[in-house]
Write a protein that binds this ligand. Structure first.
Ligand SMILES: NC(=O)c1ccc[n+]([C@@H]2O[C@H](COP(=O)([O-])OP(=O)(O)OC[C@H]3O[C@@H](n4cnc5c(N)ncnc54)[C@H](OP(=O)(O)O)[C@@H]3O)[C@@H](O)[C@H]2O)c1
Length: 252
């Protein structure tokens, strides 16, 4: 199985790499941190995988495309592309600075486009392939305080739906929507991570959903209920933000 995976240096991406390495996959792994990438690649080889690494930033369209062309030159066909690299940030809109919000959109939306689109000619030509996009429960629920992240994950939901409707029937598209899963991203969030599950558990569930070629997979199940109750839940979640604005108004 030939797999191209972004964001392989930590969290879900790192454990996805290990899971597929155990199956003997040929893996193209990418990330910006060279040392971490080398460590993950080494472990994948020990687990039985074959690996090439690309140290790159997914927002760099040309570097990403070059890596894809290089990987395609090494394989007969691509089986699975996992657009996993992502970045989460609290908006802090009261500061009036769009820089970090733009970064979230750039990595989480343009990064996915840069990763997936260059594979499409090959998938269309071979009439096969599987595109997996790591969205989030935030693809369905606009969290107070994380508008750019929710917007980016809503955007990749739209991309996955549209690409599924556009590509040949034999090319599958899966949108994976995790709740909180232990990773560097959630480690930086402190205690604001309800219903969190372990990384390996999360990855096992993701791989099962990909094996079944599901169109969309929201997990753990509790998040389906949370999403259905977005209106009342977000009303209560908004309260601390609104109260903070009242407190801070005089300082602005
Ligand atoms: N963990 C959760 O609870 C959760 C929930 C819902 C969705 N997700 C999604 O799951 C995906 C993986 O996140 P994670 O939780 O595993 O977080 P993580 O441990 O922080 O991993 C993020 C990965 O993305 C890579 N990355 C970030 N920016 C990049 C860029 N500009 N170019 C290339 N690679 C970049 C990082 O590698 P480098 O730093 O080496 O570049 C790292 O390998 C993300 O799309 C995230 O939004 C996670």
């Amino acid at each position: 199985m030939n797999i191209y995976l972004t964001g392989a240096t930590s969290g879900l991406g790192e454990y996805l790499a290990y899971k597929y390495a155990k199956r003997g996959a040929f893996l193209a792994l990418s990330g910006r941190r060279k040392e971490k990438l080398t460590d993950v690649a080494k472990k994948c080889e020990e687990l039985g995988g074959k690996v090439v690494t690309y140290c790159l930033d997914v927002t760099d369209q040309h570097a990403t495309k070059e890596s894809i062309q290089d990987f395609l030159s090494k394989v007969v066909s691509i089986d699975l592309v996992i657009a996993n690299a992502g970045y989460g940030f609290v908006d802090r809109i009261h500061k009036g600075d769009p820089t970090e919000l733009n970064k979230v959109i750039d990595i989480n939306v343009n990064g996915v486009i840069n990763t997936v689109v260059p594979f499409m000619p090959s998938m269309i030509k071979n009439d096969k392939g599987h595109i997996a996009i790591i969205g989030s429960v935030a693809s369905h629920f606009a969290w107070p305080g994380a508008g750019a992240y929710a917007a980016s994950k809503h955007a990749v939901k739209a991309l996955s739906k549209s690409w599924r409707r556009t590509l040949p029937k034999n090319v599958d598209v899966t949108l994976i929507c995790p709740g909180f899963v232990k990773s560097e991203m959630t480690d930086s969030m402190g205690t604001m991570t309800p219903f969190m599950i372990g990384t390996e558990d999360g990855v096992n569930r993701i791989v099962k959903a990909l094996d079944k070629k599901k169109k969309m997979f929201i997990f753990p199940f509790i998040w389906k209920l949370v999403i259905a109750l977005e209106g009342p839940i977000s009303f209560f979640m908004s309260m601390p933000f609104r109260n903070n604005h009242k407190k801070n108004r005089n300082k602005l």
